[in-house]
Ligand binder design. Structure first.
Ligand SMILES: [Zn+2]
Length: 168
């Protein structure tokens, strides 16, 4: 484990809370469905319940509107960025992106508002944009757990978003 990686893991404030303009001040009563990602709103939170979605997707009984995660994805409003780079990354890109995808699946089961908005190449890095700061951190930590390397977290001024850098 590199010293730099360890230092950041222990000394940065993970799970620092940002202001999320997409979270409503008031929640609707009852249940709702997101037509884009199939998330179900119930008991004041969004969760995955594909059975419920399939049963009510064509029914007027349950209102349908975009969940905050999908609204951010549609608006392209990332609150987290994960930057992956380095010779080791280039060599094992496919495998590392699989680790990221698996972790993403797990994260979505906990909270479907956590979404990957886009993955692209920029300036020799692979960039993963996420709807929440937690997801970017979580994906970065998963890669770090699997491959070590250097992991750093940087918050923007006003804590509006986090940039996570993983290098090896
Ligand atoms: Zn959605």
């Amino acid at each position: 484990m590199s010293r730099k990686g360890r230092k950041w893991i222990t000394e940065t404030q993970e799970f620092q809370t940002t202001d999320d303009p997409y979270l409503p001040k008031k929640y609707p009563s009852g249940e709702a469905i997101c037509p884009r990602c199939h998330a179900v709103f119930r008991d004041k939170r969004w969760l995955l319940d594909e059975e419920f979605y399939q049963e009510f997707k064509d029914s007027d009984l349950v209102p349908k509107f975009l969940c905050p995660g999908c609204r951010k994805a549609v608006d392209r409003y990332p609150m987290g960025y994960l930057y992956l780079s380095g010779p080791f990354f280039e060599e094992h890109k496919e495998e590392i992106m699989r680790v990221i995808n698996n972790e993403y699946e797990r994260a979505r089961k906990n909270n479907p508002l956590q979404q990957i908005i886009a993955i692209y190449e920029e300036d020799g890095q692979t960039v993963v944009e996420t709807t929440t700061e937690n997801l970017a951190q979580r994906l970065g930590r998963a890669v770090y757990r699997a491959y070590k390397g250097d992991l750093t977290f940087k918050w923007s001024e006003g804590n509006k978003l986090v940039r996570v850098y993983w290098q090896r």
